[in-house]
Write a protein that binds this ligand. Structure first.
Ligand code: ZN
Length: 195
């Protein structure tokens, strides 16, 4: 396994449409393994192959509910239900968040790495992740759909203290010692919205 370089906002590959996976071979397994590792290392909830510069319709998602990593090859949304608005971030657009309207429930048909078809239904954050990652495969970023961008230190019900641990402001209130005791960068709240 190896870490792959995440592509950022200005990279035009993020705007390209990914091609369906045709061969369920070792190369696909290697890509998925690398994507899992890259997502975990960057504390992400999801990662699309496009985000590591591969125009293939492959996605990994880990919403951190103990259910493990979900791998989706050639995913297609078959059904959606309801609407929800929640803050969303993206590993390709670091340091930003915006409120996006997504379905509350999303049903997706996809293939696993062995080429077997399956169906998955996601609610809440998983529904967001499914939509966000499949958008990536079509060259769409959440900022295209955003209702409004969030303030950097804006807080939401389910993410207290989501500010970057090393983030920009130097308020000069904390000593280095106090900072070490403060929240660790890997805390679950940070993971909440990087897709
Ligand atoms: Zn993203």
């Amino acid at each position: 396994m190896a870490l792959r370089q995440i592509r950022y906002e200005c990279d035009e590959i993020l705007r390209k449409k990914a091609k369906p996976v045709k061969k369920f071979d070792d190369k696909l397994c290697e890509l998925l393994d690398d994507m899992r590792e890259t997502m975990a290392k960057n504390n992400g909830v999801g990662l699309a192959a496009t985000q590591v510069g591969m125009l293939k319709r492959a996605v990994v998602i880990d919403v951190g509910d103990g259910g493990g990593v979900i791998e989706l090859v050639n995913p297609v949304i078959s059904e959606t239900e309801g609407e929800q608005e929640r803050p969303e971030g993206c590993l390709s657009l670091p340091g930003k968040r915006g409120i996006v309207k997504r379905p509350v429930k999303t049903k997706v048909t996809a293939f696993n790495r062995s080429g077997e078809q399956f169906e998955i239904t996601g609610e809440a954050l998983l529904s967001v992740a499914l939509n966000h990652e499949i958008d990536h495969l079509d060259g769409v970023l959440y900022v295209d759909k955003v209702i409004r961008m969030c303030d950097p230190d804006e807080e939401f019900e389910d993410d207290d203290e989501a500010a970057e641990p090393d983030g920009g402001t130097t308020e000069g209130k904390e000593t280095d010692a106090a900072k070490t005791e403060a929240v660790k960068p890997d805390e679950p709240d940070e993971k909440e919205d990087k897709l």
